[in-house]
Design a protein around this ligand. Structure first.
Ligand code: NAD
Ligand code: UGA
Length: 402
């Protein structure tokens, strides 16, 4: 069986690598030609530990192409294109629609599997959009950036959403032999499992961030509260780390898209309204905390440790660091940033100076803000750092310093 993958981003490359590692012939296409040229030279378009090795060591070398129709000609086509937020917060499905059109034209009758995160009802909508020339399945992806290899090879679960028996049989064949629980269901339910999972994790983060706020007021230690809660395995210790609010390309967009979908059906998901409100507030509070601690920022040199939205990635999409830096620059501060992986920022952040090490970033700085919980920051003592910056001000938004 040949596998086509549309989109060579985080999910597309994770999907292509895992199928190739299992011996399938994989053709991976992207409309971004320079991305494909890089991949043909063996260069990843982003930093992701271990992924390059997995792509290279695949039993069958992956064919990378900018000709979408070559991937569409495969037996089964996995759609891994982006579904960004539209201005009203709903999921913009234009890339998915375009990928489906290409597939329906090139290879009518084929199985088109939606790995992209799409609102419930999208698989059926796409099937109608292409006049039922494709058998559409929903097979949402749960991988985490920074853990793509681990998650692609050992998924926590495989969710297969289909609306016909024949497609189910092919999907079963594709995933046979994988040691993971399989949930078989209809397409709408599969699509909702993905949104509900991301929304639940986002809600867990907002919950601990609210508790963190209360801890500040009453003088309790949120890390110990989180530890004490997490030891109850009904609660679990994961995703109880307070911080400057969740960022990244998925949680904010997916929570908003689910809210939008629910509202369009006359339902209001109150809990998600609160999750987003708390998150927005947390991001604003982080900026306020920085401003309060530093006073007048005009001409001050502020060191920022960490730019990526989380460790082990160079992804800065919706990164909390950018909101804070934007405020600092707006107030006339000079920002010197250090991130182990992010070495440049797009406009309007061109004025940010990139330091080669954490030490260089704080050299001659008035204050330090820690934005991302990279492990290398955990070896620094807050008290030592306070002595090193002029105003003795260190704001550790991740609670990672010793
Ligand atoms: P991405 O932006 O990294 O990659 C998407 C790629 O699709 C881009 O390279 C783009 O050029 C390409 N593309 C757009 N239209 C195309 C077309 N018609 N044919 C071929 N290629 C096309 O996106 P991503 O982060 O991999 O996310 C993709 C989807 O998976 C989104 O719906 C996202 O919500 C979901 N998802 C992402 C993650 C993650 O960790 N990033 C995890 C699970 C699910
Ligand atoms: C998330 C999910 O974890 C994946 O399962 C999902 O597949 C993916 O979204 C997606 O749909 O794209 P990812 O965005 O890579 O993965 O990152 P997470 O590790 O979930 O972190 C998201 C944000 O929450 C980051 O800003 C992180 O710093 C923050 N976070 C996470 C906290 O503030 N506290 C925590 O305890 C955990």
């Amino acid at each position: 069986m040949t596998i086509g993958v549309l989109g060579a981003g985080y999910v597309g490359l994770g999907t292509a690598a895992s199928f190739a590692a299992r011996g399938f012939s994989v053709v991976c296409a992207d409309v971004n030609e320079s991305r494909i040229l890089g991949l043909q030279r063996g260069e990843l378009p982003f930093f992701e530990a271990g992924l390059q090795e997995l792509l290279v060591s695949a039993l069958n070398p992956i064919v990378f192409t900018a000709k979408v129709e070559e991937a569409c000609a495969c037996d089964v086509v996995f759609c891994c294109v982006g579904t960004p937020s539209a201005p009203d917060g709903s999921a913009d499905l234009s890339y998915v629609e375009s990928a489906a059109q290409s597939c329906a034209q090139k290879n009518p009758g084929t199985i088109f599997v939606l790995k992209s995160t799409v609102p419930p009802g999208t698989s059926q909508m796409i099937a109608e959009h292409v006049e039922h020339k494709l058998c559409v399945a929903a097979n949402p992806e749960f991988l985490r950036e920074g853990r793509i290899v681990e998650d692609a090879l050992n998924p926590s679960r495989i969710v297969i959403g289909v609306d016909d028996e024949k497609t189910l049989e092919v999907m079963r064949e594709i995933y046979q032999g994988i040691d993971a629980p399989i949930v078989e269901t209809d397409t709408k339910t599969a699509e909702l499992i993905k949104y509900a999972s991301n929304s639940f994790l986002a809600t867990k983060i907002s919950f601990i961030n609210e508790i963190a706020g209360l801890c500040d007021v009453i003088g309790a230690d949120v890390k110990t509260v989180a530890r004490g809660m997490g030891l109850d395995d009904r609660i679990g210790s994961k995703f109880l780390q307070p911080g400057p609010g969740f960022g990244g390309s998925c949680f904010p967009k997916d929570v908003r898209a689910l809210q939008c979908l629910a509202r369009s059906r006359g339902e209001n998901l109150e809990i998600l309204d609160a999750t987003m409100r708390v998150n927005d507030m947390r991001q604003k509070l982080s900026v306020l905390q920085v401003k309060e601690s530093l006073g007048d920022l005009g001409g001050k040199r502020i060191a920022v440790w960490g730019l990526a939205f989380k460790p082990e990635t160079d992804d800065i999409r919706d990164a909390p660091a950018l909101a804070v830096i934007s405020e600092l620059l707006g107030q006339g501060a000079i920002v010197v940033a250090y991130d182990p992986m992010v070495k440049a920022l797009p406009a309007p952040f061109f004025s940010v100076i990139h330091a080669p090490s954490p030490h260089d970033a704080i050299c001659d700085a008035d204050a330090l803000i820690v934005m991302t919980d990279w492990t290398e920051f955990s070896s620094y003592k807050k008290t030592d750092l306070k002595q090193k910056v002029r105003s003795h001000c260190v704001v550790d938004l991740r609670g990672i310093l010793k």
